[in-house]
Design a binder for this molecule. Structure first.
Ligand SMILES: [Cu+2]
Length: 443
């Protein structure tokens, strides 16, 4: 039973599902809505049972890959984290079966749903816990539309830290008043997968190692592909432990909705960065402009992969000589950070740096002009004139029209006559010396 289900998932799941949905996802068809495209993910099929849409989620542990080179034992649903996206239409009657294959109890909370109190999924408050091996049924009518999420409301700190969450999209009955051509969704999370380890640490509150869109880090996050002129919606949910300012290059997008539903047009806002707070969802919509455009969290540490944070600041420190001596004791040691961290990406790209096992380099990714020096919550919007409707395949790198790429015009640091702010006067030698013992630094 277990094997056959896993085999089925392997055949029809995350990886294999993508090409087969590549074209069918474009049409609204008999569903009456355009299905969302879950980055690196999938949508859970349902069974229609006497007019009720029945979905079956299974909470379980499995192995997950954040990007090639980093795997962990995580918890999720139906073999994936985030769990499969659930899509329904306003007015649908739904039955959501939740089977618990964990070794501790769980529940399911339908985040932001208008439903009877007893279906709200708070363990101990609205219902008895779902014990290991048990299956509970939640049943209610969908009374709203918008971008929503699901997650456990039992031992939340651990169960969410290990990846248990998913998106729940409610399409408006009768279609969108302003329909979109492509509808992407992802959920943001953070993981304390310490370098060299393979189980996320649920005790961490702030100092996370991996920052993910749909439990993937750059460069393993799918690009958002579109044809020039198409209307694109990106639905972003956040069940991590940080707020994420989601920044998009190339367009001023409209924020058109949230887990409070799609907003009246008079409330749409133009932004280039929208803060998606913990427990919130936001819908970002734009008309696609040709190019390769970055979409990322603007917290710069959130576009990095695993790194140690308790390291000294080497900026401006001359490490020549010292590195030689350390290398005699620690073969392969390389002194970094004297002139900035960009060289880290060079070392990584050249394969010099051997980090701990099962640990991604801090910054990775190569583009047509060099290292991207990114990781974590970063992906690309790839817009081309010649992409067929419903084609989601990566079109490769953008070829800019002649004369539209920034170019080198000098290699002389004294080039030109740039206006500068005046330099500071020398520090006053009679001022009392800095008391280093009061500095907040463990040195
Ligand atoms: Cu962030």
């Amino acid at each position: 039973m277990k094997l056959s289900r896993r085999n089925l998932f392997a055949a029809a799941g995350a990886g294999a599902l993508v090409p087969s949905l590549a074209v069918s996802a474009q049409t609204t068809g008999s569903r009456g809505y355009r299905p969302v495209r879950t980055l690196n993910g999938w949508t859970l099929p349902y069974k229609l049972v006497n007019g009720v849409k029945e979905f079956h989620l299974v909470a379980e542990e499995f192995e997950h890959e954040f990007a090639p080179g980093s795997r962990a034992k995580v918890w999720g649903y139906n073999g994936s984290t985030p769990g499969p996206t659930i899509e329904v239409v306003e007015g649908d009657r739904v039955r959501l079966l939740v089977t618990n294959r964990l070794k501790e109890h769980t529940t399911m909370h339908w985040h932001g749903f208008i439903l009877p109190s007893g279906m709200d999924g708070v363990g101990g408050l609205s219902q008895a816990h779902i014990e290991p091996g048990e299956t509970f049924a939640y049943e209610f009518t969908i009374k709203q539309s918008g971008t929503h999420m699901y997650h456990p409301h039992a031992d939340e700190m651990v169960q969410m830290a290990l990846g248990m969450m998913g998106m729940f999209i409610m399409h408006p009955r009768g279609g969108d008043p302003v329909p979109v051509d492509r509808d992407y969704c992802f959920i943001m999370h953070n993981w304390a997968l310490h370098p060299g380890t393979s189980r996320p640490d649920p005790m961490v509150m702030q100092d996370f190692d991996l920052w993910t869109f749909n439990s993937k880090v750059f460069p393993a996050i799918d690009p958002l592909v579109a044809r020039s002129g198409e209307r694109v919606r990106v639905r972003v949910g956040n069940l991590s432990m940080w707020n994420h300012p989601i920044h998009m290059h190339g367009v001023e997008y409209h924020v058109t909705g949230s887990d409070g539903g799609r907003w009246p047009r008079s409330q749409w806002r133009r932004e280039v960065t929208e803060l998606v707070g913990v427990g919130q969802a936001r819908d970002l919509e734009f008309v696609a402009v040709p190019g390769d455009w970055a979409l990322h969290c603007h917290m710069s540490h959130h576009t990095m992969n695993a790194m140690g944070h308790a390291i000294p600041n080497n900026l401006g420190v001359d490490q020549a000589g010292v590195a030689e001596e350390i290398r005699a004791l620690l073969p392969g040691y390389s002194a970094m950070g004297q002139n900035g961290m960009a060289e880290h990406a060079d070392h990584t790209a050249m394969g010099h740096m051997k980090g701990p096992p099962n640990t991604l380099p801090m910054m990775v990714g190569q583009g047509p002009f060099g290292n991207l020096e990114m990781g974590g919550m970063f992906t690309l919007i790839k817009v081309r004139d010649d992409i067929a409707p419903g084609d989601f395949r990566d079109p490769g790198w953008y070829r800019s029209p002649a004369g539209t790429v920034a170019k080198r015009i000098s290699t002389d640091p004294d080039f030109g006559a740039p206006v500068r702010a005046p330099a500071l006067a020398p520090a006053d030698p009679s001022a009392p010396p800095t008391d280093h013992s009061k500095m907040h630094h463990s040195g």
